[in-house]
Ligand binder design. Structure first.
Ligand SMILES: [Zn+2]
Length: 351
């Protein structure tokens, strides 16, 4: 098969001929149609994710068709010819957290498709069968392989946030980093949930797009006055929910200060470092604030997201379709690094 291989941390893509993968017991192989190109896998390419071993094929957001199933797989679960996408966390299925249906917290976590095992910037992807999720009838994956590919992460991750932060109709929801690949789908999802959505970013062009996809208001935080702007937009009360995809000490601090009574802040990004709890002051108690992390989602939340797209409630924003070419892919990744890609890009492997 043809595959885009990264040979060292931060290295370019090299188009190589690799042996077609063969499914072992409990595994399956899918022929990839398209693969989402986002910041998570750019982090992996740059060696910023834990556990990446080079040479490596990155990528996990797929539209694909199953071409081989290894031994031990119930055909009711997966069979040749199934149209699928990917659940990219490799989890054990039997620990306490898996049993509680919080698989991103798996106690025996084995890593990610496209980091600990080779991913989908290739004609074929081999993975544990439990990483494949069937597409519902009515989802036009052959017509829209790029859009369908990105549902499983860029849209499913925000769908989980709606539930995790208990976002209710009419609540004021600020999305920090709203112009990014996951952020813009958070804007759409919060609008779908009938919240009042305030998109926060630092690029006017991105904010204009946020309005197009459903944001009621926008804040350009480049001037450093995000908290004041969010207070102004809520009559001084503060927002009910802040969803922070940037999660630097600065955005977390400003986000916490913008929370109103009963407010919740969700962090999903950032490179770690100190969390500015001092910004909470006495408000954590007096306003019953909640600060929470959110990692990916459950398999059912991926399934729900696919269903929502199939019935037309939500549709991903794929602004760029990249040919299956090493230089073209590198150019997109260099722009991802700079935050220059609006919404999601997708690598079109087989249309
Ligand atoms: Zn587990």
């Amino acid at each position: 098969m043809k595959a885009l291989v990264v040979h060292e941390r931060g290295g370019p893509f090299v188009m190589e001929d690799r042996p077609d993968p063969v499914a072992g017991p409990g595994e399956a192989v899918a022929r990839v149609m398209a693969c989402g190109m986002g910041l998570t896998i750019q982090h992996t390419r740059m060696g910023r994710g834990q556990g990446a071993k080079f040479p490596l094929i990155i990528g996990h957001e797929i539209s694909a068709e199953i071409v081989e199933v290894g031994s031990g797989i119930d055909p009711d679960m997966l069979k040749i010819g199934d149209a699928v996408t990917c659940y990219f966390y490799i989890t054990c299925g039997h620990c306490k957290w898996c049993r509680l249906n919080r698989p991103p917290l798996c106690a025996n976590f084995k890593g990610y498709v496209g980091r600990q095992i080779d991913g989908a910037y290739a004609e074929y992807l081999k993975a544990p069968a439990s990483c494949f999720i069937r597409l519902p009838e009515g989802l036009a994956y052959k017509k829209h392989p790029g859009e369908v590919a990105v549902l499983c992460d860029a849209v499913a991750t925000p769908y989980k946030v709606i539930r995790r932060a208990r976002i209710a109709p009419l609540e004021h929801v600020a999305v920090i980093g709203a112009g990014g690949g996951v952020g813009i789908h958070m804007v759409m999802m919060a609008r779908w949930a009938h919240a009042r959505v305030i998109a926060v970013d630092v690029v006017d062009e991105k904010l204009a797009k946020c309005r197009e996809v459903g944001a009621h208001d926008t804040v350009n935080a480049a001037g450093g006055r995000m908290t004041e702007a969010l207070l102004d937009l809520t009559g001084g009360h503060g927002v009910d929910v802040v969803v922070d995809f940037v999660s630097t000490a600065r955005t977390l601090t400003d986000g916490i200060k913008a929370l109103g009574t009963g407010g919740r802040l969700v962090t999903l990004g950032g490179g770690g470092g100190a969390t500015p709890f001092e910004a909470l002051g006495r408000d954590l108690l007096s306003k019953e604030l909640e600060i929470m992390g959110s990692r990916y989602c459950t398999r059912q939340e991926v399934q729900d997201t696919l269903e929502l797209a199939a019935r037309g409630d939500i549709w991903p924003l794929v602004t760029e379709k990249c040919p299956f070419d090493a230089q073209a892919a590198l150019t997109i990744h260099e722009r991802l690094e700079k935050g220059d890609v609006l919404g999601r890009a997708a690598l079109m492997i087989r249309e």
